[in-house]
Write a protein that binds this ligand. Structure first.
Ligand SMILES: *Cc1c(COP(=O)(O)O)cnc(C)c1O
Length: 499
């Protein structure tokens, strides 16, 4: 096996092992860790892997990128992650919708959205990374959440030995369903705190604790060390590469394509992590032609791909695909580094411009290197119409984020001749965004209460309620902590029982 080492996109760290990159999350210079050389799937990989279960492919892909983990460690991680937490043995089913489009259903995990794919395995990567690097303390994950990520992270870390997780959310700033999902979370190592403030206060408070040296020393004295489950962690990127490799192998196994035939991939995009993983899948040897980046009304990426200018100085819209309501797509930095021919100084300079002036422009040469990418966006009306139409025509119900991708995919397809099979990342269960999804089919549903709507959805689709949505009305409430913004640190100390 070739050893893969990591470097920072801003030049401040090189020759970092995979387990170190996972422990550190962000590089010390504020850059993102990227592989110094891209690994490659063996010749004949897809011929060998055709028809193999999800776990085999997740293992094979992890092994390429995380070369300082032993096979035994990686199998432990994979088997602990992709198990009965998922509501289907397939883990990632592929559904044919329409003539040539295949939905890669990434929402069968604990919180019925695609972040479960990475957050169910990250805790296991982290605990083994700690052991390998002689970190004997328990790893404490601190997260601020605007609703979804906190729950997905807790579900991943719950009862994982050697870890603790503490989630802060803004009281009154998340939906009723989201709050209920968090405060009913089981697991002795989980804690949830509602803060009297907004999401920014929560995030700033968490960041301050990460940077507080005195607190770090106090933690260490009590046997704890902080880490982050942030979406820029290499340990979240690698598991996402695996499902695109799996999707391709599944299309081969099902006879949709012959081994070696190219496909296109369409991804509903926010922070650019998911589509970057699709790009990495291509770089390691999956036969992919175009990567189509789908945005909602916050179309900062659409404009970037069309003009070469990234400009976050614009109006921010709240849409019904909230996980894509993002104006700074952090993971784009990895692509910028690559299209700058791995020029760290150039990347650092552009990222500095983004902080100081809110925008940057890439060179013509860099734009030429973006030729793998296509782009599109969907308005609320366009997204809703595609959800309704697909349900009426094919009885397939998709969520709002997936709806954005489906609209963009349809428009993209019109420009293609011939049309290749399209793998479309389906990032959430429609049950998670019931109000908008049902409202798209018939506006009368907009008046129905959130919990009752789930029952209506079961009746309409014939699908049972996903486990994540079962009994949330009645599940016991296990967390009732609240605090003011200034008390966040004291709350963490009290939860951990620090002296
Ligand atoms: C996070 C999320 C996205 C966006 O993914 P990125 O990796 O941030 O681009 C899309 N859909 C859903 C449902 C999400 O939770």
């Amino acid at each position: 096996m070739k050893e893969i080492l990591y470097e920072s996109t801003r030049g401040g760290a090189r020759n970092v092992t995979a387990s170190q990159a996972i422990l550190q999350g962000l590089a010390p210079d504020g850059g993102l860790f990227v592989p110094m050389t891209m690994p490659h799937l063996d010749d004949g990989f897809f011929a060998q892997m055709s028809g193999k279960p999800y776990q085999e492919i997740a293992f094979a892909v992890s092994r390429l990128f995380l070369s300082d983990y032993s096979d035994e460690e990686l199998w432990d991680c994979v088997n602990n992650a992709y198990d009965s937490k998922f509501d289907t043995e397939e883990i990632v089913p592929v559904a044919k919708v329409g003539e040539k489009t295949y939905f890669l259903e990434l929402f069968h995990g604990a919180t019925i959205a695609f972040k479960d794919m990475a957050l169910s395995i990250l805790p296991h990567f982290l605990t083994r990374a700690a052991r390998k690097n002689n970190v004997n303390e328990d790893v404490v994950i601190l997260t601020a959440t605007s609703g979804d990520t906190g729950k997905a992270a807790m579900a991943g870390f719950a009862d994982v030995p050697g870890t603790r997780i503490i989630v802060f959310y803004p009281k009154g700033g998340v939906s009723i369903v989201q709050e209920r999902q968090m405060i009913t979370q089981t697991g002795d190592n989980t804690a949830v705190v509602a803060i009297h403030g907004n999401f920014d206060n929560a995030q700033t408070g968490v960041k301050k604790m990460f940077e507080d040296r005195a607190l770090k020393d106090r933690l260490k004295a009590s046997g704890f060390v902080f880490s982050s489950a942030n979406s820029i962690n290499v340990g979240r990127l690698v598991p996402q590469v695996a499902y695109y490799v799996y999707g391709y192998s599944k299309l081969v196994a099902d006879g949709v394509i012959k081994n070696g035939d190219p496909i296109d991939i369409v991804v509903p995009t926010g922070n650019f992590g998911n589509i970057l993983a699709a790009h990495y899948a291509k770089l390691i040897g999956t036969p992919v032609d175009k990567l189509v980046c789908a945005s909602n009304k916050n179309k900062v990426l659409y404009d970037f791909f069309n003009t070469g200018v990234y400009d976050k100085n614009r109006e921010f819209y709240l849409t019904s695909s909230p996980s894509m309501d993002i104006l700074i797509s952090s993971n784009l930095e990895r692509l910028i580094f690559e299209v700058a021919d791995r020029d760290a100084a150039k990347t650092a300079e552009l990222m500095k411009q983004l902080v100081t002036g809110g925008q940057y422009e890439i060179t013509d040469k860099m734009r030429e290197n973006l030729s793998d990418f296509e782009t599109g966006f969907a308005t609320e009306e366009q997204m809703s119409s595609v959800i309704a139409q697909t349900f009426n025509d094919e009885h397939y119900l998709m969520d709002t984020h997936t709806g954005v991708a489906a609209y963009v995919s349809r428009e993209y397809e019109k420009r293609q001749d011939p049309v290749k099979p399209i793998l479309l990342a389906s990032t959430a269960s429609p049950f998670k965004f019931a109000k908008s999804v049902m409202g798209a089919i018939d506006p009368v549903y907009r008046e129905v209460d959130d919990f009752e709507l789930l029952d209506r959805m079961v009746a309409l689709t014939g699908h049972p309620r996903p486990a994540a949505m079962k009994d949330i009305e009645n599940a016991p409430i296990l967390h009732d902590r609240e605090c003011n913004v200034e008390e966040m640190e004291a709350t963490v100390c009290s939860i951990l029982g620090l002296k």
